[in-house]
Design a protein around this ligand. Structure first.
Ligand code: IVH
Length: 673
């Protein structure tokens, strides 16, 4: 390539990388994979290494991260929040070790601390006299964004250190650095819930964490499963802190900070590489996403003496795992129908191995995603399999599209029942709105009987399908009209099985109104909204009469959910269900509320932990809400009471720590008498 060509290539690359930086850091919505991004950035680095005089201050190699958004107060970091250079394989890693040894021969006999590199977001937290006073994002490394209220909602974050009495006293001012992330299983559950309700579907746990942390409403953070690990001390004033990274981790743990498991102290480069091999084996098993290791020279003074290259300290390196991304051919796009009728597209792939597993299908999130990325059947597509999460399509490899492929069109009819599908203004999802759609019916009954709702045991998916096939169940209310003799005629149904099933159905009649509302499977109405509705309406008749304006008055219910509720109750099929439920005696009535303004638990916030003698978790919540109180999931300085039962765990410790009043079930009941 001529010098002129190389220079214009460099300019094009910079433009690209700056664009992708913005997508990733500011919009939290990347359009290429991390591996592709690294490739572009490495190409820039290579050209710049050859022509150092071409480096400009706006080159993406010259900054550590994103421009802070205008929406948050800016905070100056007390010291630069640096980034790390990468090693992509053992040879790269050895090259790093040799480079730093050449600079300072003390490295030859140095120890290394090897920590998992968590795939999350850097946060910087300040503690003054032990009290958490400020939390910021990294921003551009010099200036970050004040996200203190959002960080406060993270249970793992200690609001005061030390947490335990005989721990060391921290320096007067202590600034620590950590990573906010979401555990793999929590992310999976979150994705499932978002897909069922109208929530935004994020591509990765990392994007979800980023979007959440930079949301202006801390209630959003509180409702999402963010967690945290802390790994560095940025600054300590007015007190001593350890001189090695190994002791720092121990010290942070002693103070009460969450620290990642399985750091290792390695005595040599070979030992580090061995540890890298070990992590490649176990990385799928740890509950959080790890995209590599961070190797740090243990002696902090020595590491600092080595200085920096650009914004990367020489004394540490990110030793990345190979990407769990591959390309394969998209053979077909098919569509699933969910419980609430949401149509979800998925990819049928030419089978391909990713990280030791053969992948044949991957989620495509929603139809907008297919449109935005212009994914077409026949394309080569990049897929990612991260941890235990369902593999997903990142996008098409446009360069590999050879012939003209047809643009994908979402189906106009439900693939199961062939009825027209509908799109709701402002939402991404398409719905099959046919209440009699057999696929929805199976999912609906499954949800209606599940442990989280009415807990009708003995009704597994096979039996549900059997009852529907036999024509005995055409909606959820039919469960209450099942005939013992007819059941006995079914294949595989013996007396005992039938009696158990009927008695489980009978028992469900004593469930609460909140449980029943949740069980009906109204779009957007989960456990939380179900309880809120039950706290405001006496029974389903009263709720059926509610107008959208009444509903949006209730905390946690926006116009979309309100409309979905009203819409559900006006449908004749659903009215028939209600009539049958009432006739069958499946008609819970909420206990009358105290007159407004006089509720005994008004303004009080409760957390419930452990097993209570008679209340289930839901009963306790109903009880508290009915009397004007609020129940939240985690103990904080704002908690008024912790209701503790048997086997109470860390919430009890935290409540004691914070001086929160602790009640048992009897004393909770006594509060309202
Ligand atoms: S140390 C100068 N330790 O990885 C200190 N970083 O690629 C640099 N990260 O920006 C950070 N786990 O967001 C460090 N145990 C760990 C980490 C870690 C994840 C992230 C961090 C950093 C990025 C560097």
């Amino acid at each position: 390539m001529s010098a002129a060509d190389q220079k214009s290539r460099l300019e094009a690359l910079r433009k690209d990388v700056n664009f992708h930086n913005y997508r990733y850091h500011v919009l939290d919505d990347p359009v290429i994979s991390d591996a592709e991004y690294d490739k572009l950035l490495n190409e820039i680095k290579a050209i710049e290494a050859e022509h150092p005089d071409w480096i400009t201050p706006d080159s993406p190699t010259q900054r550590a991260g994103a421009a802070p958004s205008e929406r948050f107060r800016k905070v100056d970091h007390p010291a630069p929040i640096l980034s790390l250079s990468n090693a992509f394989d053992p040879d790269d890693f050895r090259a790093w070790a040799e480079r730093v040894t050449r600079l300072d021969e003390r490295v030859a006999s140095a120890d290394f601390v090897v920590e998992p590199k968590l795939d999350g977001l850097t946060v910087v937290m300040t503690y003054e006299d032990g009290l958490f006073t400020l939390g910021a994002t990294r921003g551009n490394g010099e200036v970050g964004e004040d996200v203190t209220p959002n960080l406060r909602t993270i249970e793992a974050l200690p609001l005061r250190v030390p947490l335990l009495p005989d721990a060391p006293q921290p320096p007067r001012r202590l600034v620590v650095r950590g990573e906010v992330f979401i555990n793999k299983s929590d992310f999976e559950a979150f994705q499932a819930e978002q897909a069922e309700t109208e929530g935004k579907v994020y591509q990765t746990a990392r994007n979800t964490a980023a979007g959440t942390l930079r949301n202006l409403d801390p209630a959003v953070s509180a409702s999402r499963p963010l967690t945290l690990f802390v790994y560095n001390i940025v600054l300590a004033e007015g007190g001593q802190v350890p001189g090695t990274q190994w002791e720092t981790l121990e010290y942070l743990r002693d103070l009460g900070f969450p620290v990642a498991d399985e750091p290792r102290l390695c005595k040599s480069v070979d030992e580090v590489i061995e540890e890298y091999g070990r992590w490649m084996e176990i990385r799928q098993e740890v509950p959080y996403e790890v995209d590599g290791l961070v190797v740090k020279i243990n002696d902090i003074q020595l590491a600092n003496d080595l200085g920096f290259v650009g914004k990367d300290p020489r004394g540490a390196v990110a030793f990345k795992f190979p990407a769990q991304e591959v390309t394969t051919t998209l053979e077909d796009i098919r569509v699933n129908v969910g419980r609430t009728g949401v149509l979800t597209p998925y990819a049928v792939l030419e089978p391909v191995e990713v990280g030791g597993v053969i992948v044949k299908q991957a989620t495509l999130h929603n139809f907008d995603f297919i449109e935005e990325k212009d994914i077409r059947v026949g394309d080569r597509v990049l897929i990612k399999r991260a941890g235990d999460v369902i593999p997903y399509v990142i996008g098409p490899v446009l360069g590999a599209r050879e012939k003209k492929l047809r643009k994908y069109k979402p189906p106009a009819k439900c693939p199961v029942c062939d009825q027209p599908v509908e799109h709701i203004e402002g939402e991404v999802a398409w719905y099959c709105v046919n209440a009699a759609c057999p696929e929805q019916l199976v999912r609906n009954v499954e949800h209606f009987v599940s442990r989280a709702t009415l807990d009708i045991g003995g009704l597994g998916i096979k039996i549900v399908e059997q009852l529907i096939d036999e024509g005995m169940v055409a909606d959820v209310a039919d469960l209450y009209a099942l005939d013992r003799d007819k059941l006995l005629e079914l294949e595989g149904f013996k007396e005992k099985k039938v009696d158990n099933l009927l008695s489980a159905i009978e028992t469900s009649k004593s469930k609460s109104l909140a449980d029943l509302i949740y069980a009906l499977g109204i779009r957007g109405v989960g456990e939380v909204v179900g309880s809120a509705l039950a706290a405001n309406y006496r029974d389903l008749d009263e709720l059926a009469g509610a107008k959208t304006d009444d509903l949006t008055e209730i905390e946690g219910i926006g116009p979309n959910i309100a409309e979905a509720i009203v819409d559900w109750f006006v449908r004749p099929g659903n009215q028939a269900i209600l009539k049958k439920l009432k006739q069958a005696g499946m008609w819970p009535v909420a206990e009358p509320r105290a007159p407004l303004g006089e509720q005994p638990l008004d303004g009080l916030t409760f957390v419930v932990t452990g097993t209570l003698p008679t209340f289930s978790r839901n009963d306790a919540k109903d009880f508290i809400q009915r009397h004007g109180g609020k129940m939240t999931g985690s103990v904080s300085a704002k908690t008024d009471y912790l209701v503790a039962g048997e086997n109470a765990g860390s919430k009890l410790d935290k409540a004691q720590e914070l001086g929160v009043t602790i009640l048992d079930e009897d004393r909770l009941r006594a509060l309202v008498e």
